[in-house]
Design a protein. Structure first.
Length: 90
């Protein structure tokens, strides 16, 4: 179950570096989509994947489409989708 904490502003976690790879968690309204390398998509209703695919194709940078995984999960209503950027280049 993905549970959101109401009232929190976008945050960033402390970064962890391993050699030239940096891991961090951040919430942002938008980003440079050409830098996204991989994403994990959590869908409240996997039956809606076709509709989500259309929205994804409009959102993503068509010249640099990232790898992605789609997983069906219980998401706290009224949210239907959670997009988690799992890898991005600086």
């Amino acid at each position: 179950m993905i549970t959101r904490f109401p009232g929190l502003t976008p945050t960033r976690s402390r970064a962890v570096a391993t050699d030239d790879l940096v891991f961090t968690v951040a919430v942002a309204p938008d980003s440079d989509k050409s830098k996204v390398l991989a994403a994990t998509i959590y869908l409240a209703d996997v039956a809606q994947k076709t509709a989500f695919n259309r929205a994804w194709d409009e959102w993503v940078d068509p010249d640099h489409p990232p790898m992605r995984a789609c997983i069906g999960v219980a998401i706290e209503p009224p949210h239907l989708v959670e997009v988690v950027i799992t890898a991005a280049r600086a």
